[in-house]
Design a protein around this ligand. Sequence first.
Ligand SMILES: [Fe+2]
Ligand SMILES: [Fe+2]
Length: 218
Amino acid sequence: MPARGFKPDVGWYKPVGLLINPSNEKDWQMTLAQHSTSNDVIQLLEAQHLEIKRLFAAALDSRAEERERAFFELRRLLAVHESAEEELIHPQARSMLSDGSAIVDERLDEEQSAKQMLTELEDLSVDSVEFTTKLSALRDAVVEHAEHEEHDEFNVLRAEFPQADAERLANAVALAESIAPTRPHPDVNTPSENILIGPFAAMLDRARDAINGPSRQT
Ligand SMILES: [Fe+2]
Ligand SMILES: [Fe+2]
């Protein structure tokens, strides 16, 4: 539970990139037409790895409300990013790589461990020594996890991803582009932003629903 002083006002966050509304079927179809190749998705996930590292640095280098804000943005991006990988990337890697099951099982274990650490962090004061220590450990683990993904999975999937899954890939791209990177903005408030508030576990559930398509959103 985000028990600290920072109250995320979802209206502050303006999506950068494609300005789409995932609850609007026309926007989803437009996005599908624009982003239907595996390379789009892999490039986006790699860009998100860089943004995740930037947000870890921003959180670790700041204090108080500024740290709350960076930690909030980090959790939102991790919720979308890890959900997209779990729904779309890891299943393909499991079936396409010669030792895919072993590789993916290791990545899933790492993602589970990161989720647990994030849940523990949500119960700590951001200005406590314990928070800083735990966030540093999480950053190290997530960076190593991302390097494994890029080396073992992305490099293969970039060339061989089945186009039959293009629609689900496009949904993931649309969702990710609609929320990340986030920038403060006083006038914008879209449904895509409203789905990613609350505890990290709830963010994950909503991200997963959104990735699987607008018809399954509640
Ligand atoms: Fe991952
Ligand atoms: Fe990743």
